[in-house]
Design a protein around this ligand. Structure first.
Ligand code: B1M
Length: 208
């Protein structure tokens, strides 16, 4: 048995198989990051590749996403139960117009595991909702995820609104099309390519 079997089961859209294989890998002590990177995330990259090449279409992306999410649920207790001391308050969501939530969910789980209080607003979140929740929860950082180049501009709308309203929330952006240059250009306080990096950046942004 190896994480390759998890990868294959995601590509086959076999939810039950993904769940039992992830459970089995945990049982034999396979590293969670190995299951994530080489099993689940690796498979989604191949799904994206096959979509780009016209071999997969939206329904296949959706079925693979369901299989990946089922695997992620099995890993959740290991990702989200870590440090108990409260590190800071995070508001997280996928920006307006964007329905991709797997990466955002992963970031959210790892932030919880690292001791942050996390309010996950889900997908298709507009600036008003980010700001209203951040005010209500007295947040430290607003974290925005985007997977589409067409939805990235909504990150800038929120960063601008924070500045224009004289608010003190820090911002972090991430997601496959987001680069450091983009983050700097829109004036975000932080960015990351992946979930562990997002936790590190949140730690820096909330360091007293
Ligand atoms: Co979509 N999709 N999709 N899709 N989809 C992509 C993103 C795409 C790259 C596929 C491709 O062309 N190869 C492409 C975007 C092209 C572009 O804009 N550059 C694309 C497209 C075109 C679309 C539609 C427009 C297709 C259509 O309808 N014609 C449509 C848009 C719908 C919408 O959002 N309005 C669409 C729909 C969908 C599904 C609904 C079917 C499904 C999403 C299901 C779901 O999320 N619940 C889906 C999927 C599954 C994908 C791919 C295959 C996989 C995404 C994923 O979950 N990856 C994706 C191709 C790809 O990425 N290879 C693709 C696994 C996940 C763990 O990685 O989300 O990158 P990721 O998260 C990472 C990092 O990015 C980072 O950490 C995570 C873990 O390390 N990260 C952050 C994420 N957020 C962060 C925030 C941070 C920091 C780090 O700080 C705040």
């Amino acid at each position: 048995m190896s994480v390759q079997t998890i990868y294959d089961a995601v590509i086959e859209f076999n939810i039950d198989k993904v769940v039992s294989l992830v459970e089995a890998e945990i049982k034999i002590g396979t590293d969670v990051s190995e299951i994530l990177s080489n099993g689940l995330i690796g498979a989604m990259d191949e799904v994206g590749q096959r979509y780009s090449e016209g071999e997969f279409f939206v329904p296949e992306m959706l079925m693979a996403a369901k299989a990946m999410k089922a695997g992620l649920e099995v890993l959740k207790p290991l990702l989200s139960h870590g440090e108990s001391e409260k590190k800071g308050t995070i508001i997280i969501g996928t920006v307006k117009g964007d329905l991709h939530d797997i990466g955002k969910n992963l970031v959210s789980m790892m932030m919880e595991g690292a001791g942050f209080e996390v309010y996950d607003l889900g997908v298709d979140v507009d600036t008003e909702k980010f700001l209203a929740t951040a005010k209500e929860k007295k947040a430290d950082v607003i974290c925005m995820s985007a997977l589409l180049t067409t939805t990235m501009p909504f990150m800038e709308v929120t960063v601008k609104a924070i500045r224009e309203q004289g608010l003190s929330f820090k911002t972090m952006v991430g997601g496959a099309p987001v680069s450091e240059d983009f983050a700097k250009k829109i004036g975000a306080d932080g960015w990351s390519t992946d979930a562990p990096g997002a936790v590190e950046t949140a730690r820096k942004l909330t360091a007293k």
